[in-house]
Design a binder for this molecule. Structure first.
Ligand SMILES: [Zn+2]
Ligand SMILES: [Zn+2]
Length: 158
């Protein structure tokens, strides 16, 4: 309840400051919130793998410990994180690579409150079918979807 009321106060403050209508002020505030979420999504994705397994994983400790490799018995290391779904914006995929050989695997994880984009329900076509479309935050690299604005680093392919 307090959150909702707080949000309306913030919108009214912006209306008073900018002279915008309620809808415009609300939309601009949402864009600013998206900007903050975008920044965080980029941080979730952009880090370099740890040099050794003795230090905490730079992803922020939200991954599973790497499994022992069946082939060479070395450990797998978390090396990469990218969006893990085309509709669930809180689903991320974590790639692990073996530190001793070319073995690798991917785990899908759910990071609540840390989306890689915004999911929007749109009505499509003559059948008026409702579909969920995800919009990827600018700068976030999605293996299947394109971000609204091209990221400066370009798609990062394996
Ligand atoms: Zn990690
Ligand atoms: Zn291995």
């Amino acid at each position: 309840m307090t959150t909702n009321r707080g949000r309306k106060d913030v919108i009214r403050d912006r209306m008073a400051a900018t002279g915008e209508s309620y809808n415009v002020a609300a939309r601009n505030l949402k864009a600013m919130k998206d900007t903050a979420a975008t920044r965080e999504a980029r941080l979730i994705q952009r880090w370099l793998p740890a040099e050794s397994l003795d230090v905490p994983c730079p992803c922020g400790g939200t991954c599973e410990p790497g499994e022992t490799c069946d082939r060479c018995h070395a450990r797998h290391r978390h090396v990469k994180r990218y969006p893990g779904s085309v509709t669930d914006v809180e689903a991320w995929a974590d790639r692990y690579e073996c530190m001793g050989c070319a073995s690798s695997y991917t785990l899908t994880i759910h990071l609540a409150g840390r989306p890689w984009g915004v999911a929007e329900t749109v009505v499509r076509g003559g059948s008026a079918e409702e579909v969920v479309l995800a919009r990827v935050f600018p700068g976030v690299v999605h293996p299947l979807l394109r971000a609204e604005v091209a990221s400066e680093s370009g798609p990062d392919e394996d």
